[in-house]
Design a protein around this ligand. Structure first.
Ligand code: DGL
Length: 268
């Protein structure tokens, strides 16, 4: 395995850019190959079988770019497909759920944690299960917020409609007096301000991306796969709408995205 090879990161769309951004900040000497499945977004309402099929195709595509590790920058795919991918592919594969659950368990003081995510992630109970493995005394309250990812894909980040939708979704969670809320979908850090406004300043919002980047760094170190000093170059691919994606990525990443390419993911 070539230690100077790039890291593959994927998501259903722009959400995984919040994970790529954190990897760029925490491990700046690694190159990223990003894939956003914009033709098939959203993932959150699809079946486990479909998400496994999509994720497998994406990993096959990333392997054609010689990636040395893959970060599943999507909670839904981490919940449904990570275990299968780890069995099928022989490179380090990191998801976002375990790191997020760890931070939540370490952050809560009153032992009342909220999880927001897609229908798939919330119904899988994966956050609850991981948090309970770490501390069985923590009460976990979950709420699926299926309209959030489309609102983010539309770019309505700081918008009265998004605020209205958030108020409706989060009302239930507020009644449970949680002190920690996991942004359990990689799209949600992009509407963090809106979520914080609704929840109030006393609730800590957990973005699993930071801890995911740290887990990736550890996995690369353990496998002797850290970049030994070649030039860093990030590349971006989507399954539809490359220009729109590129403009969006340029508003949130710390690097300039000069080009995004459209590929036909169904061929992999
Ligand atoms: N960003 C994804 C996640 O973390 C999925 C959003 C979607 O496509 O529904 O779950």
């Amino acid at each position: 395995m070539n230690r100077n090879a790039p890291i593959g990161v994927f998501d259903s769309g722009v959400g995984g850019l919040t994970v790529a951004r954190e990897i760029m900040r925490q491990i700046p000497n690694e190159s990223i190959i990003y894939f956003g499945d914009t033709a098939r977004v959203p993932y959150g309402s699809k079946s486990k079988e479909t998400i496994i099929t999509y994720s497998r195709q994406i990993v096959e595509f990333l392997l054609t770019k010689q990636v040395k590790a893959v970060v599943v920058g999507c909670n839904t795919a981490s919940a449904f497909a990570l275990e299968t991918l780890q069995k099928e592919f022989d490179i380090p594969m990191i998801g976002v759920v375990k790191p997020g659950a760890k931070v939540a368990a370490e952050t809560t003081v009153n032992h009342r944690v909220g999880i927001i995510g897609t229908l798939g992630t919330v119904n899988s109970d994966i956050y609850k299960n991981y948090i309970h493995e770490l501390n069985g005394g923590i009460e976990v309250f979950s709420k699926a917020c299926p309209l959030f990812a489309p609102l983010v894909e539309e770019g309505w980040l700081d918008d009265p409609i998004t605020y209205e939708v958030a108020t409706r979704y989060l009302n239930d969670l507020m009644k449970h007096e949680i002190d920690t809320l996991v942004l359990g979908c990689t799209h949600y850090p992009l509407i963090r301000k809106t979520v914080q406004k609704v929840m109030g300043d006393s609730v800590n919002l957990v973005n699993p991306a930071y801890e995911t980047a740290i887990s990736l760094r550890t996995a690369l170190e353990e496998a002797n796969l850290t970049n030994s000093g070649t030039e860093v170059k990030h590349k971006f691919y989507v399954s539809d709408g490359a220009e729109k994606f590129k403009s969006f990525a340029n508003t949130i990443l710390p690097c300039e995205v000069e080009e995004t390419k459209d590929i036909n993911i169904e061929l992999y």
